[in-house]
Design a protein around this ligand. Structure first.
Ligand SMILES: Nc1nc2c(c(=O)[nH]1)N[C@H]1C(S)=C(S)[C@@H](COP(=O)(O)O)O[C@H]1N2
Ligand SMILES: [Mo]
Length: 343
């Protein structure tokens, strides 16, 4: 965010992405030991599980159907991949090459260096993972991320992604419409905003330990009408398998009409609020990053133009589209014409 004029090292064909951490691999390992679903305390078992994950073949780790009997009690086993592709969302550009997207990331909890994030995630454990629902809801609760995912209707969508730094990509996300999650969460009518809080684990994310001048954990938020918009997604997969850590495993927000920093990764808590919450980047640099942060070619960042964007991988330049090309879905949310990313 702070750094703009870097080359785009994600385009370097010599880079190989990290193998996706395979929760299926881990589950298969637990099942082999007869421990699946036994609710074992992690601790001593962690090293063995991590080793099993590392040795799981990329094929085994690449998602696919959860074998019957390996989902938590109470959730019907359901194949998550391939998810039905929603034909309403088409692209005006080719998909970004998977390896390019997986090696060019903003994830400041690990490092500020985009080309290095994927190399710094080995200690991070995306499962087991609890999601907390708090604030103005009929009943605050906590749920295992896989339980949550299996309760909601999932689909694949091809979306553009536009970082405020003017790089862009186009990827196939697998996830659930955020509005279905919100209906499940059952907020009170007084809730006008939903705030997301990302993980805080300095021992697993090197920059949380090192860069203590940031206000960890990462916190973001949306207005309720934005979160209820058809476009807003909670994403758990990409390119037909679970998110690798660098893309925000196990669960992240995706709001394609907004600059990328609104799409918070690795979320542990959703809070429903009456008032607009502070956000991480706005607190870091209030003059540069606002709450709404809608993609707008006409409003330059104070330090660079937003008129065009550069596609990672190919380096192609394209004109920036209002709302990143999604005006049809969201322009009605913002009656004031001159609304800017700082408003
Ligand atoms: N928790 C967290 N979420 C985050 C970020 C971050 O640093 N931490 N960076 C944001 C920014 S600036 C962008 S552009 C996107 C990048 O997503 P990607 O790496 O999957 O392309 O994640 C967003 N979500
Ligand atoms: Mo970004």
């Amino acid at each position: 965010m702070i750094h703009i004029s870097r080359r785009h090292p994600g385009a370097d064909p010599a880079l190989e992405p990290t193998p996706e951490s395979g929760y299926l691999g881990r589950r298969v390992f637990l099942k082999t030991l007869g421990l699946a679903g036994a609710g074992l305390a992690i601790g001593g078992a962690a090293a063995g599980i991590a080793a099993a994950e590392r040795s799981a073949s990329p094929g085994a780790a690449a998602g696919g159907a959860a074998p019957a009997g390996q989902v938590s009690a109470g959730s019907p086993p359901r194949a998550l991949y391939p998810a039905r592709r929603n034909p309403r969302f088409t692209l005006d550009r080719p998909l970004t090459v998977e390896r390019v997207a997986a090696t060019h990331n903003n994830f400041y909890e690990f490092t500020e260096e985009k080309s290095e994030v994927w190399r710094q995630v080995d200690k991070f454990r995306a499962r087991p993972w609890r999601i907390e629902v708090a604030g103005l809801v009929s009943q605050p609760r906590e749920i295992d991320v896989d339980d949550l995912i299996r309760r909601l209707p999932s689909e694949e969508r091809l979306y553009r992604h536009r970082c405020v730094e003017a790089w862009a990509m186009a990827v196939p996300w697998t996830g659930v419409p955020m509005r279905d999650f919100i209906r499940w969460a059952d907020p009170l009518s007084s809730a006008k905003f939903v705030r997301t809080v990302s993980f805080l684990r300095p021992d697993e994310a090197p920059n949380q330990k090192r860069a203590t001048w940031y206000h960890w954990p990462y916190y973001e938020g949306l207005r309720m009408d934005e979160a209820m918009n058809e476009l807003a997604m909670l994403v758990f997969g990409i390119y037909g398998h679970d998110l690798p850590v660098q893309h925000g495993a196990p669960l992240r927000v995706v709001t394609p009409w907004k600059y990328g920093y609104k799409s918070a990764k690795s979320i542990v808590r959703f809070e429903f609020l009456e008032r607009q919450p502070p956000t991480f980047w706005n607190d870091v640099a209030p003059g540069e990053y606002g709450f709404l942060s809608n993609v707008n070619p006409k409003v330059p960042h104070p330090r660079w133009s937003q008129a065009s964007e550069k596609l990672i991988g190919t380096g192609e330049r394209r004109p920036t589209l209002p709302y990143n090309g999604y005006a049809e879905w969201v322009a009605g949310l913002y009656p004031k014409k001159t609304e800017s990313y700082r408003s």
